[in-house]
Design a protein around this ligand. Structure first.
Ligand code: PHB
Length: 393
């Protein structure tokens, strides 16, 4: 009798062990819900869509799962409206119960997302917005960026404008918000290190595209060069207006590469010959980029741009985290370790993250030639962000 009881108990024990093993596997989540908070409307709509598509491409290449974990999506149009940022991000976390937020394009909206991510201890991957504070004073274990800080392309362009092109004076023109201000800050540092002088900073409110008054002022200031930060619909309009005002052949126009990325079809001849700096170009001689471009064009019927790459890499980052955690998303320490320590095979080239979780990558000089951003060389190799104020590690 006693033997039978012991046998029965041990059988029960193995059944419950098997059950709990199964239970643990279930508790370890067989799916991860990704909250895509992006601009699907407005001046940055194309940017948001391309990020989304890049992200999808990577996930689909993995068969819809990362390390056995199924990826589910919730999408929210943030309209690039910073005043709605806190409410939108809170809705994703508290109502939709997403596991990770991916977003966004606009720095002001991303600041709100970073705050919600920190308050609720939610993982956040930023696939564009370059707000320096996010990988500076607000840097955090659970926040990652797959794109750039606003300072990086600006700094590289400033160096090139002074060192390679020998310009001495420049005027800057941008939207008046964090991205523009910080891009100009980067340019000014690079340009003035090379002996140049920024003589005037011109701005318009975001997302205004009334540039006439600024163009008149540029014409009267007659600097050697103009540096711009505009993107999306605003970038298209600025380049067209600059050429139409007759300035293009007289005062060299440069920019953070967003001024000509994803915009060239609409800009046409007005963009030909423009030099910009960015962590991507349309004809990089890299096997990874070639296969990426081919797969993207096949899937979406159009060419990718820098935003598509940043979306793709955001998905690669999530994958690196899940790999390290062996598919257990709840093991946050392992997820963070995997994401921060990986070397990514990005279509842009080798990509690693700094201790503040911001990309360290090559900044390329590009020139618009025959409707593409053609690679001209490396402007600054493996450039990181100064990450001023980040006390993470
Ligand atoms: C930003 O707001 O940080 C931003 C927006 C669009 C870009 C780049 C940066 O293309």
């Amino acid at each position: 009798m006693r033997r039978i009881t012991q046998q029965a108990l041990s059988l029960l024990g193995s059944i419950s062990l098997a059950l709990s093993a199964h239970g643990i596997a279930q508790a370890a989540q067989d799916s991860v819900k990704v909250g895509m908070m992006l601009p699907y409307s407005g001046t940055y709509a194309d940017l948001g869509n391309n990020i989304d598509q890049g992200f999808q491409l990577y996930i689909d290449e993995q068969g819809g799962t990362l390390d056995g974990v199924k990826i589910e999506y919730v999408r929210l149009d943030d309209e690039s409206n910073p005043s709605k940022g806190p409410e939108n991000a809170n809705r994703l976390v508290n109502r939709d119960k997403v596991d990770v937020m991916v977003g966004t394009v606009h720095s002001g909206v991303a600041m709100a997302m970073a705050k919600v991510a920190n308050d609720t201890d939610t993982l956040l991957i930023i696939p564009n917005a370059g707000a320096m504070a996010i990988t500076g004073p607000l840097c955090s274990n659970n926040i990652f960026r797959s794109s750039f800080s606003n300072w990086q392309p600006g700094y590289a362009m400033g160096k090139v404008a002074a060192d390679k092109f020998g310009h001495k004076t420049a005027v800057t023109v941008t939207w008046k918000y964090a991205a523009g201000d910080e891009s100009v800050q980067g340019f000014t540092e690079g340009f003035e290190e090379g002996g140049g002088k920024v003589v005037r900073n011109l701005t318009v409110p975001f997302p205004d595209v009334e540039f006439q008054a600024l163009l008149t002022e540029i014409a009267s200031l007659k600097p050697d060069a103009v540096y711009t930060f505009f993107a999306g619909g605003g970038a298209v309009k600025f380049v067209l207006d600059y050429a139409a005002a007759g300035l293009k052949d007289n005062i060299s126009l440069y920019g953070a590469g967003f001024i000509t990325d994803g915009t060239l079809q609409a800009q046409g001849k007005a963009a030909e010959g423009l030099y910009t700096t960015l962590h991507y170009a349309d004809d990089l001689d890299l096997a990874k980029d070639k296969s990426f471009r081919e797969a993207y064009e096949k899937k979406f019927n159009r060419a990718p741009d820098v935003y598509s790459v940043q979306g793709y890499d955001a998905a690669q980052m999530l994958h690196a985290g899940l790999k390290e955690a062996k598919g257990d998303f709840s093991n946050r320490d392992a997820v963070v370790k995997g994401m921060s320590s990986a070397t990514y095979d990005s279509p842009r080239g080798k990509l690693t993250l700094s201790p503040s979780h911001n990309p360290v990558h090559d900044l390329y000089l590009r020139k618009v030639e025959n409707g593409i951003n053609a690679y001209q060389g490396v402007a600054v190799a493996q450039l990181g962000d100064p990450a001023r104020g980040c006390r993470l590690k």
